[in-house]
Ligand binder design. Structure first.
Ligand SMILES: Cc1cc2nc3c(=O)[nH]c(=O)nc-3n(C[C@H](O)[C@H](O)[C@H](O)COP(=O)(O)O)c2cc1C
Length: 205
């Protein structure tokens, strides 16, 4: 079977490191998700806030077990082929919401024929984006996210990435990007993730 003749569509998760109403990163992620759907992918949006994860705390886990939200995140990764991720930069770092969610995920053990947290992410492609009203577009945090996901979660972070500067001025009324050159970067990023995911599905068939 070739990557262009798959038994099922590519399934991607779409995660934003910000869950706030009016989030610029959610807006950018929504556009990336539509582009992936246009390429035939199925996209599941995950709101990290809805996972209701406490701040990571071993004592909490010893008293309560793994939070339901972490178990759910593991199941979502286990049933999807890749990830579109847009994360704001907070003081040159990824947001606590993102890191806390993935830290919890990393502690979920294999169970009921599902892999553990990092097993569920392993080998899956991820495309990185950031949006900021600032001039650097959140670019400073992206190498950290790249290292975090590739080193610890064994994800295949595609080389293309997009830091969207002045993001509060970059979306048109149809929620597209006003600058064609940035839109093309996003096209390439999304295409790269979908292509990698297709290869992966074809290899496993
Ligand atoms: C605690 C904090 C730290 C921030 N640090 C940065 C920063 O280092 N670089 C940057 O470009 N923007 C920074 N910002 C501004 C965010 O980029 C901005 O709030 C952005 O809109 C957040 O993403 P969102 O719209 O998806 O929620 C910071 C915001 C907060 C709340």
């Amino acid at each position: 079977m070739t990557a262009s003749n798959l038994s099922r569509p590519v399934r991607l998760l779409a995660i934003s490191g910000s869950s706030r109403q009016g989030s610029l990163n959610r807006q950018l992620l929504g556009l990336a998700a539509r582009k992936a759907q246009a390429l035939g992918a199925e996209v599941t949006q995950v709101d990290l806030r809805e996972l209701a994860l406490p701040v990571y705390d071993d004592d909490w886990a010893a008293a309560h077990g793994k939070p339901e939200g972490a178990i759910k995140l593991r199941a979502l990764f286990a049933s999807h082929d890749g990830l579109l991720l847009s994360c704001p930069e907070y003081n040159a770092l990824p947001t606590p919401l993102l890191i806390n969610s993935f830290d919890w995920l990393s502690t979920v053990p294999a169970q009921d024929e599902l892999p553990g947290g990092t097993g569920a992410t392993s080998g899956k492609p991820v495309g990185l984006m950031a949006a900021s009203p600032g001039a650097l577009g959140g670019l400073r945090a992206l190498p950290i996210v790249r290292t975090y996901l590739s080193t610890n979660f064994a994800m295949v972070v595609v080389p293309e990435q997009l830091g969207l500067p002045h993001a509060d001025q970059q979306f048109d009324e149809a929620h597209g990007l006003v600058k064609p050159d940035l839109d093309k970067v996003l096209d390439r990023l999304v295409a790269s993730v979908v292509r990698q995911a297709r290869w992966r599905i074809a290899e496993q068939a």
